[in-house]
Structure formats: structure tokens, C-alpha cells
Design a protein around this ligand. Structure first.
Ligand code: GLY
Ligand code: MN
Ligand code: MN
Length: 431
């Protein structure tokens, strides 16, 4: 089951409305169809914030929510001619009925109706800064509303991003069951491909196998473009060419996840294409795994959300020192952040409807702290570039281990544990 019960979206709108100032209105827009090249488009993917509060999966749509809980949907009018080309569309009346809105309107009328609806309100909320075009539209509607009645106060525009992001951060039980399924599919996919990987397979071959396994397990969409990076290409964090051979003796780093009911999973594994880590590969791998485990342990209710970052930096730095990559004292390594030469990204990110979930890490000066049912990726890495001041035998090794971690009452749960993280078990899978 990939769909949430439709009543959940109305419940979320009620929760949002209870956080809004009196006499205010929140405006949110859908994604639109994005052209790929002449006469072709990318597959449609709904905006996650819009989906979270509507459950409505069509482009060209806007939701208006008043602080008294009244909600309107603006969307495409039903058009049987267009449906012959683009498929089913709800139409605004059926959309309002089906998705529990108080009324529905033709999106073509929004420039006329939105100023009338917001006229007389004190505050308009939007997710300011997320969609430049929609921000401009909201300002245009506020301007039009302000000019309708000169003898009233100006309407304030306020950003609702932090409030909505904090709501999305704590997953409901129904969301968690979708996330568990997304993580299960991604983990089974990694496990299946690792167990079939062999010398002679290229990055492209492996990518094909991952995409096929995701679909075989029922996931229609990937949650981001996979990274399949053999050898030193693993040191390029956003490598997506995925088109090179992988030499016997090289590692391959694969960062690949899928969606289930629009919820993302995000897993990285790094493994030797010939099934056996070399001594150097294994030594670096174990340092990364130790940092991964320490970062997971830092996920505790009430802890700061950057505690896993700090735990990973400390653990990796000790490991880099033990390997001889860094020779300074631990104090100097930490003070000057010398580990950054080998570990040049953050420990992870919130995970949910977006792979980098659109949720805050701090509000003002105050860091977000872990609460039960938040999900964060933990993904430390070590990347030894050719420019590093280390023995040549280490150069070109790039290793990342990434799992999706749920904050629980008692600590944490690894949602992607179905694919092993430790080196012996990975070798075992490849025999
Ligand atoms: N796959 C994207 C990331 O790991 O952040
Ligand atoms: Mn990630
Ligand atoms: Mn990833």
C-alpha cells in the first residue's frame, strides 16, 4: 500500500491552522511539469510540502488554508480533450470533494480570486524562498488585496517554512511504515546487487542492476540519481556519469535509494569488485565504519542534531591519525579541522518525503534536538585524493557507508540494516 489514508491530510491542515495567527492564510503551490528538451518533459514529481498538506498529485495547483481551518484547492479544470493526451485529471470540483477541501476553483481564476480571499486578512503565510515564481505571485496577490480597500492595515507576509519543516521532521506512524518499506526495498536491492557483482562489470552494468532491482521490488522511482563510482571516482561526491569500467582490485562506491509512496531511502555501500578488500581498503573501511557506529550512537532523544557530526569527526580523526594520514595532535586536528582533507561533507541529513528532507537543523540560534520518530541519514566517508600527503598505496581509495537511522525511545534503529555494513559480511555476500 503506497497511499496514505486521505483523512490524514485534513488532520495535518488542522494542525497547521492551529499554529497560524488568527485571521491569517497559508498559500502553497504544487510542482509544475518541467521540460526536458523539445516536446518532452521529466516525469512529474509533486512538491513534497504541497503533497504533505493535500495528498493531491497534480501540477498547476495551489492550496489556500485559513487559520479557521477552511481550505481551498485551485487546480486544472477537467478537460476530456487534454485527458486523451495526458491522462486522468480530477478537475477542481471532484478534487475538492475527494481531497476534503471546503471548495475548489479553476487555477485560471486564481489571479482574480486570491486577492479577494486574502483581502481583510492580517497575515499571509508562504514557504518564502522555496519557489521564486510563487513568491512573486503571492506578493502580487497581496498587492492587489491591499489596493482593494485603502482604509485597512497592510497585510504581512510571513515565512511558514520552519513550522511546516518541524512538523514534517517528526514522522507519523503511517509515514514510518512507508519509510520502512522504502528502506527495505533499497536495502534488499543493495544486497542483491552486491551478491551478484563481479570483476568485468562496469559502473553502467551495476547501475542497470540497481535500477532493475528497485523496480523488481515494486518501487517505481529512484529518490535521486544513483552514484556508481569505481576506483578514485568515489572521491567525487556527486559523480553520476556511471559509465567507466571497474578494474580488478578496485572498490566501487554505490549511493542509491528509491521512493515508496513518495518517501525516500538513501543507502551507500562501498565494496571490492573482486569480493575481497585489500589490506589498505579494509583499514580505511574499518575507520569509516567505526565513525558510522559512533555517529549512530549519538542519536538520542534530546541530543543536538549536530552531535552525530561531532562524534563522526572525533572518531574519524582518531582513525586518520592511527592510519598515519594525519600526524598532528588530536587537539590540533580537531581545532584546525584537519580531517576535512579526507572527510569533506557532513555526516548526514533529515530523510522523508525529500531525500534531503526540507526540515530545519536550527531555529534561530537554537539547534534542533532529536525527538522520537525523526529520521536522519548517517554517512561518514574517507576520500584519499591523489593530492593527499600519504603513501601512494592509499591514493584513490574512497569509502562511504550510509544508513537511514530512526530516533527511538531507547536510542536508534537502523532502518536499512538488511544490507550489511561491516566488511566481513560484505565479503561473505560476495562469495
Ligand atoms: N544520496 C544523497 C546523499 O547521500 O546525500
Ligand atoms: Mn544521504
Ligand atoms: Mn546517499
Amino acid at each position: 500500500m503506497t497511499d496514505l489514508n486521505i483523512s490524514i491530510f485534513k488532520e495535518r491542515r488542522a494542525k497547521v491552522a492551529s499554529q497560524m495567527e488568527s485571521n491569517s492564510i497559508l498559500m502553497l503551490c504544487s510542482s509544475n511539469i518541467v521540460p526536458r528538451n523539445n516536446d518532452t518533459t521529466f516525469p512529474f514529481r509533486q512538491d513534497s510540502n504541497f503533497y504533505y498538506l493535500t495528498g493531491f498529485n497534480e501540477p498547476n495547483s495551489v492550496m489556500l488554508l485559513k487559520s479557521d481551518g477552511t481550505a481551498y484547492i485551485f487546480c486544472r479544470n477537467k478537460n476530456p480533450e487534454l485527458e486523451k493526451w495526458d491522462g486522468f485529471m480530477w478537475g477542481y470540483q471532484a478534487a475538492a470533494d475527494e481531497f476534503n477541501f471546503d471548495d475548489g476553483f479553476d487555477i485560471n481564476d486564481i489571479d482574480q480570486l486570491a486577492p479577494q480571499i486574502i483581502n481583510g486578512t492580517s497575515t499571509v503565510y508562504a514557504l518564502v524562498g522555496k519557489n521564486k515564481d510563487f513568491d512573486q505571485q503571492v506578493i502580487k496577490w497581496i498587492t492587489a488585496a491591499n489596493s482593494m480597500e485603502r482604509h485597512q492595515g497592510n497585510i504581512d507576509l510571513k515565512n511558514f517554512s520552519n513550522q511546516l519543516g518541524m512538523m514534517r521532521l517528526v514522522k507519523e506512524d503511517s509515514e514510518l511504515s512507508l519509510m520502512r518499506k522504502s528502506c527495505e526495498i533499497a536495502a534488499l536491492t543493495h544486497k542483491a546487487v552486491i551478491s551478484k557483482a563481479k570483476v568485468g562489470m562496469s559502473e553502467f552494468d551495476l547501475e542497470t542492476m540497481y535500477l532493475n532491482e528497485f523496480k523488481t521490488h515494486g518501487s517505481k522511482d529512484i529518490s535521486y540519481t544513483p552514484i556508481v563510482a569505481g576506483g578514485e571516482r568515489a572521491c567525487i561526491l556527486h559523480y553520476i556519469d556511471n559509465n567507466q569500467p571497474i578494474a580488478d582490485g578496485e572498490l566501487v562506491l554505490v549511493d542509491a535509494g528509491c521512493e515508496w509512496g513518495l518517501y525516500a531511502s538513501d543507502i551507500t555501500r562501498t565494496y571490492p569488485i573482486n569480493g575481497k578488500f585489500s589490506a589498505e581498503q579494509r583499514a580505511v573501511y574499518d575507520v569509516v565504519l567505526e565513525a558510522h557506529n559512533k555517529a549512530c550512537e549519538a542519536i538520542q532523544i534530546g541530543a543536538n542534531c549536530t552531535d552525530p557530526q561531532k562524534a563522526s569527526e572525533l572518531s574519524l580523526s582518531q582513525g586518520l591519525k592511527d592510519l598515519g594520514f594525519l600526524t598532528q595532535s588530536m587537539d590540533e586536528i580537531m581545532d584546525k579541522q584537519l580531517f576535512r582533507e579526507f572527510y569533506y561533507h557532513k555526516i548526514g541529513h533529515w530523510l522523508g518525503l525529500d531525500v534531503h528532507d526540507d526540515c530545519p537543523y536550527s531555529i534561530g540560534e537554537k539547534e534542533v534536538t532529536f525527538q522520537k520518530n525523526m529520521v536522519m541519514t548517517i554517512e561518514p566517508g574517507i576520500y584519499v585524493n591523489q593530492t593527499a600527503n600519504v603513501d601512494d598505496k592509499w591514493k584513490g581509495i574512497g569509502i562511504r557507508i550510509e544508513n537511514d537511522i530512526l530516533a527511538t525511545d531507547t536510542g536508534y534503529e537502523n532502518l536499512t540494516s538488511l544490507v550489511p555494513s561491516n566488511a566481513d559480511e560484505i565479503e561473505g555476500l560476495m562469495q
